[in-house]
Each structure stands twice: as C-alpha cells, then as structure tokens.
Design a protein around this ligand. Structure first.
Ligand code: KG4
Ligand code: ZN
Length: 387
C-alpha cells in the first residue's frame, strides 16, 4: 500500500508525544506533552518521575493526536514507536502502549531509533514544502540533550543507511547548556534561557579555549576497510571552565540570590531573568554560547569538507538555538553547502519525526516482532571506528 497514515509515539525522555503523519511527508497532527514542570525543581530529568508522567499522559496524548488528525484507532494503517536510545523506563511506557494497541487493532508496529527520527524531522518538513530535491551524501549533525553525533546518511531507494563519523567524548552540547544553566541558577532546561540571554551579553568578554582532543580527526579503518576520519566533540571542559570562572570571580553569592529570587516566580519570563542577571553573568553566558556554537559549526563543516557532502542537516533540541542557526546558515553558505534545519517545534523531541522515519520501514515491511524491547543505548547505523 503506497501512502499510509502512521501513528507515531515518542516517550524516550521528558516529552510524551504522539502524531499522525501521512506517507512520511504530511504532518496531520502533532501533540507534545512536556514534563518540564515536573522535573524543574530537580534541575534535570528524574528518570522515575519521567516514567510516571509518561504513564499518566500517554493515553490522552495519543487520543488527542488521533482526534486532531480526524483519525481513529481503526483508521490508521500502522503504529510507530521509539525503541531507543533514551531512558529505559520511559521508553517502556511508549513501547508497552504501542504494542498493546498494535495487538488489539491487529496493525503493524514499527520500531524507530530516536536519532533517525531527528534526521527525518528535517526530511518530513522539506517534503511538506514540496522540496524533494535533496543531494547526497547528507551529513547530519544530531545535537540534543543526550547526543552530539555526526552521521553520513545515504538513501538506496526506500532504505536509509547511516554511518557515525563523530560524537561527543563526554557531555552532549545540550547537556552543557543545561549544566551551565543549573550552575548559574537559570533553571531547566538551560538551552532556551541561555539562547535568549546571550543576545544581552558580550560574547567576546570571556575567552574559552577551543576543546582539545587527543587523536582528534584521526584516520581510522572503517569496518568495510576504507579509511574514515573521525570528528569528535568534547564539552565537559567548557563546563568546568565556566565553574572556574564563577569561583575566580566570586559569583556564588549573586547566583544564590538569583536562585532565591527566581524560585518565588512561578514561570519566570525573560524580563525576570534579566532583572536578576548582572553584566558579568550575561557576558559569561554569551561567551559560553559563542564558544560552544563556534566549536560545533567548525567541526561539522570540517567533517562536511572532508567527506565531500552535498547537503547538511542540523537537528535535535540544540538546533533550535538562534546563534547556532545563524552561524550555520552563514558559514555553510560561504562554502556553497545547503543547510537544512527542522522548524523549532520539530527540533526538540516530538512524535512526528518518529512516524516520518517509520514510513520507509512501512514500505519495506520492516515490522517489529511483538517481543522487541527498549534499547536504552541503541546506536544508529554503523560506526567508522569501534570505540
Ligand atoms: O532533542 P531534545 O528535545 O531531547 C533530547 O533528545 O535530548 O533536546 C533537548 C535539549 C536540552 O538539552 C535543551 O537545553 C536543548 O535541547 N535546547 C536548546 C535550545 N532549546 C532546547 N539548546 C540551545 N538553545 C536552544 N534554543
Ligand atoms: Zn531527542
């Protein structure tokens, strides 16, 4: 059957999401229930809490996705669910519910890698804009709270294949945003707040040296035997550098004052943050973002050049960042490289990307066996080097 309505379900982290997508190219509905409020008091995602919140939200979220799409459980053609990577308990809620629905409705079920989902968020929206001309190979930077990964993506008719040519050796870029925000009492998640505050600070005020990796960009043998360079990232150093700056410049008292002031505001707005951030903090935040963005853009473009790619995708939660988008757009254009991002709502976790990634698998009858389970550390494609 060509063309199909697929109900996607995503529950890998702190968003319970469901969506109906037609033929991998038309988003009919997209429901995202964010658990941010539940995790905010802890300054990060609490796994047990995430599972419980998913359990509470999954049925109404799926029902709303169907209603918004004018579909019913019976009218959809297939179900798709995130298998991993992510929090095991959180993934199991989505998988358990998707399996139960597939069994009761006697519909095929497709297991999707979350990272492949982020890549297909770009493809879904480009197809929606009727842009079907995509030149290969594609280099995809998946940059989120859990990942900073570079993939070479190829399409062979309906089948997609991926090769990982680089990843973070320690913290993911989004994790660095979140940890720095926590350290500076700017709340959770850190990316959106730092993004907004950065425009109010001087990005050249604090000099963060670029991350130095041992064996950086080394050449290693791929499993197939060809030589592939690696393009790894590292963001734990910059987080430590921010901590050291805070200590050296006696910022602890002002951070504590901000923590208390913001705690009394239920949903702090940008003006509230600005009111409680001095110039030193704004400059620090802007400099941190500039350093991280520069590193991400420089390494990704170096990989794009070395692999001679025709197209660049930048996707995942951090792809929502304004400075990151501007820098990629500017620097990639200088090299004549087309760069594509998802819209901001589809940059962060959602289920439309899961339903879109499932469509080629639907066409290939690549259905999940009913005994499949969550894979917290699931990898995507093959790796250029076995590390
Ligand atoms: O893709 P995502 O929703 O979930 C994961 O798969 O991790 O990404 C969430 C991450 C968080 O670390 C969050 O701080 C970051 O994306 N993020 C941003 C922005 N919006 C979300 N980072 C920088 N700037 C933003 N505007
Ligand atoms: Zn994600």
């Amino acid at each position: 059957m060509a063309g199909a309505y697929i109900l996607g379900i995503e529950s890998s982290c702190d968003e319970t999401a469901a969506s109906v997508v037609y033929a991998g190219e038309k988003m009919i509905s997209n429901v995202v229930f964010s658990q941010i409020v539940a995790h905010q008091p802890y300054g990060g995602v609490v796994p047990e809490l995430a599972s419980r919140e998913h359990l509470k939200a999954i049925v109404p979220v799926v029902r709303k996705a169907l209603t918004d799409a004018g579909q019913t459980y019976q009218s959809i053609d297939a179900l798709a669910v995130t298998q991993g990577p992510g929090l095991a308990g959180a993934l199991l809620v989505g998988i358990g519910y998707a399996k139960a629905l597939a069994f009761a409705l006697d519909k095929p079920l497709i297991a999707v890698n979350h990272l492949e989902g982020h890549i297909h968020a770009v493809l879904l929206e480009e197809r929606q804009k009727a842009n079907r001309e995509m030149n290969f190979p594609v280099l995809a930077l998946v940059v989120s709270g859990g990942h900073t990964h570079l993939y070479l993506a190829e399409r062979h008719q309906e089948h997609w294949s991926y090769q990982n040519i680089g990843h973070t050796r320690d913290d993911a870029a989004g994790e660095a945003f979140d940890k720095v925000a926590k350290l500076l009492a700017l709340g959770y998640p850190g990316g959106p707040v730092i993004d907004k505050l950065s425009t109010h600070g001087d990005p050249t005020a604090v000099n963060f040296p670029a991350s130095q990796l041992k064996h950086r960009d080394r050449n290693e043998k791929a499993t197939s035997g060809e030589i592939q360079p690696r393009f790894d990232f590292s963001y734990s150093g910059i987080k430590t550098a921010v901590l050291r700056y805070v200590e050296v410049h006696d910022m602890k008292a002002s951070i504590e004052a901000r923590r208390q002031a913001l705690a009394s505001i239920q949903k702090p707005k940008l003006e509230d943050y600005l009111l409680h951030c001095d110039r030193k903090t704004l400059n620090l935040v802007a400099s941190f973002q500039r350093a991280l963005v520069s590193d991400l853009v420089a390494k990704t473009l170096a990989a794009a050049r070395a692999c001679n790619v025709a197209t660049l995708f930048v996707t995942g939660g951090v792809a929502a960042n304004n400075e990151l988008r501007q820098r990629f757009e500017h620097d990639a254009a200088m090299e004549g490289l087309p760069v594509f991002f998802p819209s901001r709502p589809l940059s962060t976790d959602n289920a439309a990307m899961i339903a879109a990634a499932a469509y080629p698998k639907f066409l290939a009858h690549d259905f999940a066996a009913m005994d499949f389970s969550a894979e917290a550390g699931m990898v995507l494609g093959r790796t250029a080097v076995g590390d």
